[in-house]
Design a protein around this ligand. Structure first.
Ligand SMILES: [Zn+2]
Length: 428
């Protein structure tokens, strides 16, 4: 294996240093390292981060390969600076058996762009009625530790309790899509001033908050660990903050789009802004940013949700929910968190690499940038400014809410175990 010398990068945004990669491992970190026998990547002024880890990606394979495959999704992930993604279970068939999670895991291994850790469904067919084979999925080659019915809420309190009890035995976690189903029947957008004006079915904050409140109490009751997907309201933040202060073992994520966009955009009736949970208000956005800054929200997760053109380019009510996010996540975080002074780059590394790897139990990702560690790295040109053009996406889908928007930062290099998956901003 060849040696690569990354020269003069600001490691985690700090002092400029050289990082020497030898084979799959970081061999040395320091200043004035010898370039002898190494390929040199000049990185002066750029920020070097541990490879990003996404706890919430929809890769769509098996079943919806028209919107994304494991290969196209992992290429999109590498472009966005990710070296590991957790693949959600709402595929066709649902990833609710050892067979399906092993299939996804194997496809990830073959892709070579980004590690894929499958998430197992909590219930059979995501139907919320009967626990899936959680133990068998954990014992499979895929070693599943994160379980989620994402896209749907595990709304039956007894099923949720049993799932929390079951995963506790092997240190797993249930990732809840918090959405009280009865309160959101026919909902099309956030319930508030804009939904009233547009006459669209509203999605009240309480539908999310009531499930989070219930689940942190259930986690406390059974002494297990719960993770809350895509927090979207100020009230959800308050509940998670309360739960953490009480010592409840809860972690939470926020998506880039909930850090930047509001329900005012729905006035355009452009279905690219239709997402679950919905875009909320400016007050919610502010609360989410503050919570991510102070650690109440542990991580940024993309909820990358590819949809083919025909499922989005239609009237609002008929459109599918979700937006792609892997290739723009870091830029949105730079704009909303770093350039606002809420987080430094070390904080970004914590929330987009260290913490998601820890929550998901990934041992070889989210590691410090130091000698002896796996060379999973992302190099970012933070001075770059560019307009988002989905035509350049590696994802098979184009449903981004940022088309035509200027965003800062560009991933110039991504390294997966010492191998460059992105070179000079282009997939290798
Ligand atoms: Zn979800």
């Amino acid at each position: 294996m060849s040696k690569i010398l990354i020269r003069g990068a600001k490691v985690l945004g700090g002092e400029a240093q050289d990082v020497l990669i030898d084979g799959e491992t970081i061999a040395e970190v320091g200043t004035g390292l010898s370039a002898e026998g190494a390929q040199v990547v000049e990185a002066a002024g750029q920020v070097l981060l541990p490879g990003l880890v996404d706890l919430h990606t929809h890769l769509r394979e098996p079943g919806r390969e028209d919107s994304e495959t494991v290969l196209t999704g992992t290429r999109a992930a590498a472009s966005g600076g990710y070296t590991a993604v957790f693949a959600m279970a709402n595929t066709f068939p649902v990833a609710d058996t050892a067979g399906v999670v092993e299939q996804v895991w194997r496809l990830g291994k073959e892709s070579g762009y980004c590690d894929v850790q499958p998430i197992g469904a909590v219930t059979v067919g995501l139907e919320g009625k009967q626990l899936a084979e959680l133990g068998a999925m954990h014992d499979s080659a895929a070693r599943v530790t994160v379980f989620s019915d994402d896209g749907k809420c595990v709304d039956d309190a007894v099923i949720m309790r049993r799932a929390l009890e079951y995963v506790k035995a092997f240190g797993g976690v249930v990732a809840q899509h918090a959405q009280e189903p009865r309160l959101t029947e026919g909902a099309q957008m956030n319930e508030g001033v804009v939904s009233a004006e547009l006459g669209l079915g509203g999605w009240p904050a309480v539908a999310e908050e009531s499930i989070i409140a219930r689940d942190v109490l259930l986690a406390e009751h059974v002494g297990s660990r719960v993770h809350i997907c895509h927090l979207s309201t100020a009230g959800s933040v308050e509940i998670v903050r309360w739960a953490k202060s009480r010592g409840i073992d809860v972690t939470a994520e926020v998506t880039p789009h909930h850090l930047l966009l509001t329900d005012e955009l729905v006035r355009s009736y452009n279905a690219v802004y239709k997402v679950n949970p919905p875009l909320r208000t400016e007050r919610d956005v502010t609360a989410l940013r503050e919570a991510l800054a102070d650690g109440t929200i542990d991580i940024v997760a993309t909820d990358h949700a590819p949809h083919p053109h025909e499922d989005k380019d239609c009237e609002w009510a008929a459109a599918a929910m979700g937006m792609v996010g892997l290739e723009t996540a870091l830029s949105v975080v730079q704009q909303t968190m770093v350039e606002t002074g809420l987080l430094d780059w070390a904080g970004v590394a914590e929330r987009m690499s260290f913490a998601p790897a820890r929550i998901g139990g990934l041992e070889n990702h989210g590691r410090p940038v130091s000698a002896g560690e796996p060379a999973n790295l992302t190099l970012v040109d933070t001075s770059y400014r560019g307009v988002v053009d989905p035509a350049h996406f590696a994802s098979r889908s184009r449903n981004t809410p940022y088309e035509g928007r200027e965003l800062p930062g560009r991933v110039t290099h991504t390294f997966l175990r010492g191998r460059a998956t992105v070179v000079d901003g282009t997939l290798a």
